[in-house]
Design a protein around this ligand. Structure first.
Ligand code: MLT
Length: 424
């Protein structure tokens, strides 16, 4: 008799962004005369860079010719793209120790973040920053590692509180007693959802912790192209020793408009060597390669040629232009919300704005709106859709997230609507 995976019953029925989309659809059906401006999911609005379009067209033509056809590709990704990444994102930034063989091409950050749980050993303690991208928690719940849930928290997870007064940077735990150590630590900087960025010395504290305790860091740097502050980290490998304790996840979605094209990559350095419980040595690079070749078909040749074009001088300029454009949107939104007296973070090294209508900058039960109430109110009164902060962790009640990813025109319209909005 077949039994379904009970862990699915533990999670809320829909994924955060699916629930936002559902409510939005419902609203649109009942208010078809109103135009909603989407500031919720981080989906980009600028078209694909011309250099990418050209490379994709040329690769498609190549595939249509007898001599240029490509069938199944390597699951790790074509060497031409892995070499371009190693050179462009690592060697040219002084990180020579990351090579093409450490890189695995993926269809985006979410898939790899969800799939990485396949290589975690049984009983490992998982630490997640709160607020945090919901996939870190949900993937572990589905895998049966999170235990029972109550009040939006899971008994087997370690929560790293990211507090506003600490700039939304989690503190390294004091205790390193056996049984209390975090074996796997999810970090995301520039951060989704708060938009905070991390300084090198702050990340060094985490890398040292992982080195001392043989922990693994999963470093999600999907938003690295938005870093503007010279001290803010773009890659975990800027910290010496990280190549022995960290996996890095990257995506072309937010940097080059690939949300509908699908391509990203994950770095699993060959220097990452952990042990199985019986003490035998395990290369995570080999294990991830084994996992991918078993369960993943790889990314299409045409798409990988498109991604390769981003590493030309023209491609790099396009990335800078696009990220500057979204950052300008974020900066304007930030200013408008500050003018309203809301507490605002982000928008400086990241396209996300994390905000709460001011009641001392915190949620006060009975006096403040919950995140979902605020979402509904903004939708109802200003036709702006946002992402409820509580979807990134129950500790973020009252907060919401806006993105700078919409067009300039829509962002300006949203700012006007926010200015006209009555007091919350
Ligand atoms: C976000 O808005 O946080 C992300 O775009 C959602 C995603 O990539 O799944």
């Amino acid at each position: 008799m077949f039994y379904a995976n009970e862990n699915y019953a533990l999670l809320p029925e829909s994924y955060l962004f699916t629930e936002v989309a559902r409510r939005l659809k419902e609203y649109r059906v009942s208010h078809s005369d109103r135009e909603v401006i989407r500031m919720d999911i981080g989906d980009v609005s600028l078209p694909l860079p011309e250099v990418v379009v050209k490379a994709i067209c040329s690769a498609a033509r190549e595939m249509g010719s007898a001599g240029g056809f490509h069938g199944y590709g390597p699951e790790q990704g074509y060497l031409f793209l892995r070499e371009a990444i190693a050179r462009g994102d690592y060697h040219q930034r002084g990180l020579d120790h990351i090579g093409a063989d450490d890189i695995f091409i993926s269809d985006g950050a979410k898939s790899d973040l969800g799939n990485l749980t396949d290589i975690f050993g049984e009983g490992v303690r998982i630490a997640v920053a709160e607020p945090g991208y919901p996939v870190y928690v949900d993937a572990n719940v589905l895998d049966g590692r999170a235990g029972a849930g109550s009040g939006g928290r899971w008994e087997n997870l370690v929560y790293l509180n990211c507090r506003p007064e600490k700039g939304f940077i989690p503190e390294v735990p004091d205790s390193e007693e056996p049984g209390e150590v975090a074996d796997i630590i999810y970090l995301c900087y520039p951060n989704n959802p708060t938009g905070a960025s991390m300084r090198r010395e702050q990340l060094a504290g985490w890398v040292d912790y992982a080195l001392r305790n043989k922990s693994l860091i999963i470093f999600d740097s999907a938003y690295e192209a938005y870093v503007r502050h010279p001290e803010a980290v773009r890659s975990v490998y800027e910290v010496p020793g990280a190549e022995r304790v960290a996996i890095e996840i990257r995506s072309f979605s937010k940097t080059a408009g690939f949300t509908g094209v699908r391509c990203g990559y994950t770095v699993v350095p060959r220097t990452l060597s952990f042990t199985f419980r019986d003490g035998e040595s395990a290369s995570l690079n080999r294990m991830w390669g084994r996992r991918q070749s078993t369960k993943f078909n790889g990314v299409g040749y045409i798409v990988q040629r498109g991604a390769e074009a981003l590493y030309t001088p023209e491609g790099q300029q396009d990335i800078r232009r696009a990220t500057d454009y979204y950052m300008r949107n974020a900066a304007m939104l930030r200013e408008a919300l500050l003018k309203k007296g809301w507490r605002v973070v982000g928008g400086e090294d990241s396209p996300y704005i994390w905000t709460i209508p001011d009641i001392g900058g915190r949620y006060v039960e009975g006096r403040s709106l919950t995140s979902w109430q605020l979402f509904e109110r903004l939708l109802d009164e200003a036709q702006i859709s946002s992402t409820p902060g509580s979807g990134f962790g129950s500790g973020s009640e009252g907060w919401i997230r806006f993105t700078g990813f919409n067009t300039r025109e829509n962002t300006l319209a949203a700012i006007k609507r926010l200015a006209d909005l009555s007091e919350i």
